[in-house]
Design a binder for this molecule. Structure first.
Ligand SMILES: [Zn+2]
Length: 303
């Protein structure tokens, strides 16, 4: 499914584009060891309007957080989809955290792009229960898909089947948060071609829950991270979904690497990070980036 595109992941550079490829950067997100991020829906529930599948209504946000929600839709949206495996229970808190992370991220993008940012969908976080248990995503073998890309491919395949999403969708960018753990040796969060997918640790990260190391040898500090880092993961993979590559030279460990960009280790520094000039120019030219959103300003560690 992604065999002809470069799946961009963050974390260790595991390979170059040439099949379904995943890139990652520094200790980052989607690599075999580190996992990235998540979102959710808040506003009304007209989600079904654009899709052909049912969408569970997401719990309404608390009044106190109302001013910190994403702006009402103002352009082609980034659709945040929370996929609940058949053996998992939907967590209202995950919907809330994804929603607030989306609001924070809208403000971050707006701060970087001269007042323009991405829109969300009328149902900010669309929730679907999938036909597969959580373990299926890391274990199901699909012909032609490597171990490295197994989790991501299965997650995206289910997301597409449930929502009608597709790669390079001209109308939507799709970010799937799947409550399933990728296995050691598999990419977790990654983004490419208007699509991004994130595993359980990103949901846990946004929710401030303990993360589960993907590989036994993973450094604890990869996981002992505050919610902001996981919003940073959302920023990074959305950047990939919108077409951004990693900064030049970073994957080659060159000194010229713009390391603190959110498209590299800035993920871990969010929100004290940035899109560099080339990244801003690219995003500014995207049909998904428009002016019109408000800019709630709150602490991303208090989603
Ligand atoms: Zn990346």
């Amino acid at each position: 499914m992604i065999s002809s595109r470069c799946l961009v992941v963050l974390a260790v550079v595991l390979g170059a584009c040439g099949g379904p490829v995943l890139e990652d950067a520094p200790p980052d997100e989607d690599s075999a060891s580190i996992q990235p991020t998540t979102p959710r829906a808040t506003r009304a529930n007209d989600a079904g309007a654009d899709g052909d599948t049912k969408v569970d209504a997401a719990p309404a946000p608390t009044p106190a957080a109302a001013e910190e929600l994403p702006s009402p839709p103002f352009g082609k949206p980034v659709r945040f989809v929370y996929l609940v495996p058949s053996d998992k229970t939907q967590k209202p808190d995950y919907v809330k955290k994804i929603t607030r992370a989306a609001a924070h991220l809208q403000t971050f993008y707006r701060s970087q792009l001269s007042g323009s940012t991405f829109s969300v969908h009328s149902t900010i976080v669309e929730v679907h229960t999938t036909p597969h248990p959580a373990s299926w995503y890391s274990t199901h073998v699909k012909s032609g898909v490597s171990m490295l890309e197994r989790w991501w491919t299965n997650a995206v395949d289910d997301g597409f089947a449930l929502t009608g999403a597709k790669f390079d969708d001209p109308d939507y960018v799709w970010l799937f948060y799947v409550d399933s753990d990728n296995a050691c040796g598999q990419h977790g969060g990654a983004g490419t071609s208007h699509v991004g997918a994130f595993p359980s640790n990103d949901l846990r990260g946004l929710a401030g829950e303990p993360k589960i190391p993907t590989c036994a040898a993973d450094p604890p500090d990869w996981y002992d991270t505050p919610p902001c880092r996981w919003v940073g993961g959302m920023a990074h993979e959305l950047g990939h979904a919108l077409g951004l590559p990693h900064p030049p030279g970073c994957e080659e460990n060159k000194a010229t690497c713009d390391a603190h960009s959110v498209m590299w280790t800035g993920v871990y520094e969010y929100p004290t990070t940035y899109f560099n000039a080339a990244e801003r120019a690219s995003l500014g030219a995207s049909s998904f980036i428009k002016s019109g959103a408000a800019a709630p300003n709150f602490d991303c560690n208090k989603l």
